[in-house]
Design a protein around this ligand. Sequence first.
Ligand code: SF4
Length: 144
Amino acid sequence: MDNLHFLVGREQELRDLIQSSQQPGTAGAACRDVDVNLYHPADGERPAEGPLAVCVGCAGRMECLALALRAEDPEARHGWYGGLGPTDRDRVAAMLRLPKGAKLLPDRALTAIRLGRDGWRIDDIAQELGCSRRTVQRYLRSVS
Ligand code: SF4
């Protein structure tokens, strides 16, 4: 099961995080000091081993993966979450039999959460995403 091995025996835990009425938290994120862009290489490319190695030891790995699986468009996965890329997440979604179209958060919520974790100010995130401060605060509150 290669890079999905950390999920063996934890499928129900991940399913529960994805389907919970609470957004998975990212308090245990080990990448707070890593440039978020490193987890978003060009389509089809893989991040460097350094950032991916951070994910392997991250206490928030399951929550990070759950957040992506509940937020992203299954037809347009992008970026690496929980150390897994788009193709890996397709495999996880199939393994868990997640319903297609189960998107619970817009893509920009994920970006806002990542930028907030990188220490960006709310005003700057709002400007970057072209949305209001209030919207950014709502996204950040959803994982606090
Ligand atoms: S698993 Fe997610 S939260 Fe943890 S280091 Fe990797 S990208 Fe960051």
